[in-house]
Design a protein around this ligand. Structure first.
Ligand code: IVH
Length: 705
């Protein structure tokens, strides 16, 4: 059938549009249209291609999935060997590498030679040296070969010389262009090889392992193994289901492309549609190189993918050639290694503590293990449902991870290490602190101790009361609160203001064992006691909204306390308000309003408030506070990735209701970046600019609690 020219044109335009939106979404993380709109364009193209089979092309966005499963992968020889990297385990070794290459380049530049060589020697002058620092992605190295602008072959690194042809799996990864993005009229190079690292975002890794554990299938010890497992699937439909992505870091073999430096190669890749990590930076000064490596080691946990180091590369290709390769490692690059951020250890038992609202919080007690450079023996486990969904059992070997958070997390059990002796977990029917029968309110996953006089709840609520964001009582830390409670000096937060100096002076707060093996007690001295009383005095001046937050009313975090105070100027006004009146406040919903009403309906809470009022705390606003601006006024937020509990539009509305602004890109003026699942390059940019990054949970806590 002859294809009418207007149809060919339409198909071409659809492909160009889809390709552009694919690039905006998967490479730049700046979507311009909704998923629904993308799907609509996609089906339009698919229908036309079906109707006019003559128009089909392997570069079409419709051709990412659909290849048949293979019986085995074919072996392919790389046009240039895929090398590895020498390691620097610390800053000293990094400095050594720097001195070595400077010496080698100086020697190479000074060889006696003819006139022709002189110009070449100029290129080796070390005063002009520059470096590129890149994150070392812990994934799977691959090579992509584009012939005349189209993806012709994708392969794994294999042994560096020969790898496996995994083209059909790589085609399913949206961040890999099926064709080079060219300027109008630009001719593609005859051949170009782009190399990069395939990775699985951490959230996807967790989900993947959860699914496998639930199905009783072997789990992966880290995201690298999971990514490699997905790329090495014989059925491309399986790889297509994993949200794999790529960071491209090198131009390898090429014909018809002249590049002089690595930074030129990076620019070429970016302008031709490849995903290059925005953290990559060029430096002319080696001190800045070291600072960058150190900086990433500190901030790595904020990224949503695993990095196991930083790669330092010399920028100039002339210098690469002069330095050459030793064994498999080029002299012009070095990997500054970090400690691995995942580890496998033995889960000895699941402990339970009771929070200030009575929630029973399970936590993992593990055999100490080093992860991300620190030794950990405890990790959080969110709730019983989460533990069972992940099929984590007492006695299991577990994968733990320190990422996105400083607190380590248990990702999944290592199913293949089970002996059968592992025990499924259930939260206790009796509160571990006071022995009350626990309850599970309908519709909640949290199990609670209902006893208001439960010692754990009281201690935790006093800790909250004195904490930084609340009354900020300097010198009264968690240990001291526990000690004073166990001695009976504190039964309630109001007792803080009736403490007597003689109760504190000489009080043993902790003990330690010295080098001689004798136990030494640490006791409060007069000076520290005087400081504590000054801090308590100071806390009497905290504004009403801080006091309201410090009371620890459920759902009333610092922002909600400010919202409530902006409408109710005294505790008396709030106490007598009906839930309907309370929920009139913008940003305050019925659940919060009920919680406020419930709190003030308790006689013993009223008594606490009265005692605190008598102690001189602020229970009404002064004139300045009443006119206080909205809590997020002047703050600019950027949203990236998918938020699971609310849409981006809804999140924007919330932020704006609280006086904040939402911007589409990360820049100097950004205050917070909210990173949902599968965040894109905006997250990396935020890390680079050292912006405060909030997980979805932290963001929700900011706006709702
Ligand atoms: S450059 C000679 N750059 O690290 C150049 N490699 O240990 C070698 N890797 O096989 C590659 N991030 O899989 C380079 N930004 C990066 C990298 C990187 C991760 C991996 C790559 C390589 C291994 C070498």
């Amino acid at each position: 059938m002859v294809t009418p020219p207007e149809i060919s044109k339409q198909v071409e335009e659809l492909r160009r549009d889809l390709d552009r939106h694919n690039h905006l979404y998967y490479v730049l993380d700046q979507p311009e249209i909704s998923d629904a709109e993308y799907d609509r364009l996609f089906s339009e193209l698919k229908d036309l291609e079906e109707e006019y089979p003559g128009l089909q092309s392997p570069d079409s966005p419709t051709q990412r999935v659909g290849a048949e499963p293979l019986a085995a992968f074919t072996q392919v020889r790389h046009p240039l060997p895929m090398l590895s990297l020498a390691n620097a385990r610390n800053e000293l070794e990094l400095e050594d590498w720097h001195h070595r290459i400077i010496k080698l380049l100086t020697d190479a530049g000074q060889k006696p030679e003819d006139a022709g060589q002189e110009a070449e020697n100029d290129l080796l002058k070390t005063d002009n040296i520059a470096f590129v620092v890149e994150p070392k992605i812990d994934g799977l190295a691959i090579s992509l070969i584009y012939e005349n602008g189209s993806l012709a072959r994708g392969s794994t690194r294999g042994n560096g010389e020969v790898g496996e042809d995994v083209t059909n799996n790589l085609r399913t990864i949206h961040a890999i262009p099926l064709a080079l993005r060219l300027e109008p009229g630009e001719l593609p190079p005859a051949v170009v090889e782009v190399r990069g690292e395939i990775y699985l975002p951490l959230a996807a890794f967790q989900r993947y392992n959860e699914e496998r554990a639930a199905a009783g299938e072997p789990t992966f010890a880290n995201p690298r193994n999971a990514a490699a497992g997905s790329v090495r699937q014989l059925d491309p439909r399986i790889a297509a289901r994993r949200p794999l992505s790529i960071w491209c870091y090198q131009v390898g073999y090429s014909e018809g492309l002249e590049l002089e430096s690595h930074s030129q190669a990076l620019d070429w890749m970016i302008s031709h549609g490849f995903k290059v990590n925005p953290l990559v930076e060029r430096y002319a000064d080696f001190t800045a190189v070291i600072d960058a490596c150190r900086g990433w080691e500190e901030r790595r946990s904020e990224l949503d993918y695993d990095i196991d180091g930083a790669v330092v590369k010399i920028d100039s290709y002339a210098m690469h050639d002069a330095l050459g390769v030793v064994g498999r490692d080029p002299r012009w690059a070095v990997a500054f290694k970090f400690a691995p951020s995942t580890a496998v250890t033995h889960l000895l038992k699941i402990g339970v503590n009771v929070g200030r609202t009575g929630a029973l919080n399970p936590y993992a007690v593990m055999e100490p293990v080093e992860v991300g450079g620190v030794t950990v023996s405890q990790a959080t486990l969110h709730n019983e449902e989460d533990i069972n969904r992940k099929d984590i059992r007492e006695g299991d070997w577990v994968v733990i991870q320190r990422a996105g958070d400083v607190i380590p997390q248990v990702v999944s059990p290592v199913i293949q290490k089970r002996t059968g002796a592992e025990q499924e977990f259930r939260l206790p029917d009796l509160c571990p602190s006071c022995g009350s029968h626990t309850v599970r309110p309908e519709g909640e996953v949290v199990v609670r101790c209902p006893n208001r006089s439960c010692p754990s709840q009281i201690v935790e609520s006093i800790k909250h009361f004195v904490s930084k964001g609340a009354m900020d009582v300097d010198g009264v830390g968690e240990r001291l609160v526990e000690r004073l409670f166990s001695l009976g000096f504190l039964k309630n937060m109001a007792d803080l203001y009736t403490l007597k100096p003689e109760e504190l002076i000489g009080l043993e707060t902790s003990s330690s064992v010295n080098q001689q093996g004798t136990t030494v007690s640490h006791r409060l001295q007069e000076k520290s006691v005087a400081n504590i009383f000054n801090a308590l005095d100071d806390s009497r001046k905290r504004p009403f909204h801080r006091v309201l937050f410090a009371l620890g009313i459920r759902h009333v975090g610092s922002i909600n306390a400010q919202l409530l105070v902006s409408s109710f100027h005294s505790v008396d006004a709030l106490m007598t308000a009906s839930p309907e009146e309370i929920s009139q406040v913008e940003g305050i919903g019925p659940i919060i309003a009920e919680a406020v009403r419930d709190y003030f309906a308790e006689p013993h809470n009223l008594e606490t408030v009265e005692r605190l009022r008598r102690a001189g705390l602020q229970f009404e606003v002064d004139a300045g506070e009443a006119a206080a601006p909205k809590p997020l006024a002047g703050k600019t937020f950027v949203l990236t990735g998918t938020l699971s509990s609310l849409g981006r539009a809804e999140a924007k509305e919330k932020i704006e209701a609280l006086g904040g602004k939402v911007s589409g890109s990360v820049g100097k003026g950004t205050d917070f970046v909210v990173a949902g699942e599968n965040p894109g390059s905006k997250l990396a940019k935020a890390v680079k600019l050292e912006k405060q990054i909030l997980s979805e949970e932290e963001f929700l806590a900011t706006i709702t609690s």
